[in-house]
Design a protein around this ligand. Structure first.
Ligand code: AMP
Length: 113
């Protein structure tokens, strides 16, 4: 667990979140500022600053994030969804605990902003 990490606090149950799915190693909860009708963040319980660091230390966890994302989308009735790892501040990362955005429920354009 890292100091001052909001997602570590959510995983520990010290900050409330709208949790939609949990496994022994992963937690999925709704984004506070949803950008689509379904906008969920899937996070590993252990702290890693981004997806690449998670891949270095827990490669199996990356696959679990994707599988939980698929299940969350399916549970909401969505076959199509977008998965995003913002990595680094210039790419839009604002919370430095690995999180996979799951977005669905509207037409998603490309390229992203
Ligand atoms: P990113 O900008 O890719 O790092 O994404 C961080 C996301 O976390 C943003 O979409 C925020 O809206 C979301 N967020 C920040 N704090 C919370 C929180 N306490 N509960 C749920 N979502 C949060």
């Amino acid at each position: 667990m890292a100091d001052d990490c909001v997602f570590c606090e959510i995983v520990a149950g010290r900050i409330p979140a709208d949790v939609v799915h949990e496994t022994a190693t992963v937690v999925a909860f709704r984004d506070l500022s949803p950008q689509a009708p379904l906008h969920v963040l899937v996070v590993p319980r252990e702290h890693a600053v981004d997806a690449a660091e998670l891949a270095d230390h827990h490669p199996d966890r990356l696959a679990e994030l994707v599988k939980v994302a698929r299940d969350v989308a399916a549970e909401s009735g969505h076959e199509s969804y977008r998965l995003v790892f913002n990595t680094g501040a210039e790419a839009g990362q604002s919370v430095f605990h690995t999180h996979l955005h799951v977005l669905a429920g509207r037409v998603l354009t490309w390229p992203p902003g």
